[in-house]
Design a protein around this ligand. Structure first.
Ligand code: ZN
Length: 380
């Protein structure tokens, strides 16, 4: 198979400048790099082809030979490609010479994929913690301040966090030499794993602190004050930055997440920023209309139940709901009217209801009237 022209491979003119060639190659490399196209033989072939073209065209010597003699002028020279091993563990693209700079631009970090040589720091961030906080319905509605108590890892007071007895400093782990990881050969590959001796910290304490056994942290019970904003809903989380477990050996502390658990209310039920409640009214109040006292989150208010109110009617009290979290205004209170049918009648009440029943008319009960008409039609 004849080789494609190098200029054509990169998509540049014959007189292209070095910058243009680099730019064109960077574009191809980004597209076809094996890291971005795992297990794609076609991409790998294209990547090799572009790399080979760039290697020749960016080298003044090779370029002039190529320009004069074509592929014959450079074949068998350099020879770095193909043997280098894409996809192998840790090897990187060591043979690329100048191209390494371009890889540095593209992939950051020196062109290679190898990750050797980076020393681990012993500092480790602390864990994030989560706890739940029970608040009353109205505390959640209006906001409150709560004291919470939790047990978390804090700097060891005996060794001031160093983990060493009498404040002695940690030393490099002798198993991994401070790398935090050890390597072993497995077939063609080198496999890295977290050092079992120092658990990846890279450092060990020769004479550990008796209180924290070398960790530099101990469990401590702590009290904190939490500001719960008004309008918070059940299940929402508050983040207390830096209030989680302390970091190890100078690492940053984790965060504390407080999950809000709202206690149920006897009268109110919440739906977003609206509150719902059921208002019982008597038969006569519903029939005649009445002024009733209704509870709200901020005290009682008087509400007019209109004449002829049906059970299940919804009435809305604007702005009597929960304050919107971080916003303006409040939700509404929605009242569900429940007309209570009297039970356990006195003799007198019974007589009055019987008397009332004898006066029931179509016009006073339009729904029943319509309903029985429909039933009649159904069975005709
Ligand atoms: Zn200690």
């Amino acid at each position: 198979m004849s080789k494609r022209d190098y200029y054509e491979t990169l998509g540049v003119e014959k007189g292209a400048s070095k910058d243009e060639i680099k730019k064109a190659y960077r574009k191809k490399a980004m597209k076809y790099h094996p890291d971005r196209n795992p297990d794609n033989a076609e991409a790998e072939a294209k990547f090799k082809e572009a790399s080979e073209a760039a290697e020749v065209l960016l080298d003044d010597n090779k370029k002039s030979r190529y320009d004069q003699f074509g592929h014959a002028g450079v074949d068998g020279q350099g020879g770095g490609f193909g043997g280098g091993g894409f996809g192998g563990g840790g090897g990187g693209f060591g043979d690329f010479g100048d191209l390494g700079d371009i890889f540095g631009d593209i992939f950051g970090g020196g062109g290679g994929r190898g990750r050797g040589g980076r020393r681990r720091s012993a500092a480790r961030p602390g864990n994030d913690l989560q706890m739940s906080l029970e608040v009353d319905f109205s505390e959640a509605a209006f906001g409150c301040e709560k004291n919470i108590s939790l047990t978390r890892l804090a700097e060891c007071g005996t060794c001031n966090g160093t983990g060493g007895k009498d404040g002695s400093q940690p030393v490099n782990c002798d198993m991994c030499g401070g790398m935090g990881e050890v390597r072993r050969q497995q077939g063609f590959f080198t496999v890295s794993q977290t050092c079992p001796k120092c658990s990846g910290a890279g450092q060990t304490v020769s004479d550990p602190c008796g209180t924290c056994h070398g960790d530099g942290r101990t469990r401590k019970k702590t009290e904190l004050e939490v500001k719960v904003p008004g309008g918070i809903d059940h299940g929402q989380r508050l983040k207390l930055t830096g209030e989680g477990d302390a970091g190890s050996k100078g690492g940053p502390s984790g965060d504390l997440y407080v999950v809000i658990d709202i206690k149920e209310h006897d009268l109110f039920e919440r739906d977003g920023f609206d509150v719902h409640c059921t208002i019982p009214v008597s038969f006569s109040q519903a029939a005649l209309g009445a002024e009733v006292e209704v509870p709200t989150l901020n005290g009682k208010v008087s509400v007019k139940v209109p004449t002829g109110t049906q059970s299940g009617k919804k009435m809305r009290l604007k702005g009597k709901g929960i304050q919107r979290l971080g916003g303006y205004g409040n939700g509404d209170q929605i009242m569900h009217i429940h007309v209570e049918t009297p039970q356990k009648l006195t003799k007198e009440q019974e007589e009055l209801f019987q008397q009332l029943a004898s006066f029931d008319s179509d016009s006073s009960h339009p729904m029943s009237n319509g309903f029985f008409d429909k039933v009649k039609n159904l069975f005709q």
